[in-house]
Design a protein around this ligand. Sequence first.
Ligand code: DX5
Ligand code: ZN
Length: 220
Amino acid sequence: MQQATRIAPSILSADFAKLGAEVAAITEAGADMVHVDVMDGHFVPNITIGPSVVKALRPHSALPFDVHLMIAPVDLYIAAFAEAGADIISFHPEAGAHPHRTVQLIKSFGKKAGIVLNPHTPVEMIDYLIDDLDLILVMSVNPGFGGQSFIDSQLRKIETLRKRIDATGKRIDLEVDGGITLETAPRAVAAGADLLVAGTATFKGGPSAYAENIRRLKAV
Ligand code: DX5
Ligand code: ZN
């Protein structure tokens, strides 16, 4: 069942010189999760943060940490992010040879497991994984950077996934990541998404604007 819309600000758009304060500020401003984009400069053409930064941020918020791994090979680093304080760990199936094993590995640490579908990745990728997933993340941009434009073809994928999730009868979050604005958020929600990653749309205007930015996105 589709849940009420929740917002996961991506700290990729935060001020990296003040990350602890930024995480505290979005928590105070009504965020539902903290979305952490981990990039390795190899699986995607950008480098961001590692487990030591996640660990350092952990005391700054009681919200779940939604850790989006854009790294390959991914299995090597699951333990480090679990121990650093991730609550949900999501990975791209292209980032390892055995995605089912990766899901099991994430769950072995007592963490929620998510799979991320790139714009080109078909829904069928999850055929034999869905029952073990807590979250499915649809990339509505190619991973690597904030501030890109929403790719409309992903709306059909969200619609298909909403039906697939509802058919399981289980609680599986359907998250959308990339190019979420006040214009695209309602379209993603109408297609069936219930968790929106918002980097640019959360952090624009600085800390005094975060509460209003999040409120407007949630109200779509
Ligand atoms: C892209 C990241 C996104 C990104 C979203 O690889 O996974 O989370 O930061 O940024 P916006 O909301 O600015 O498109
Ligand atoms: Zn992300």
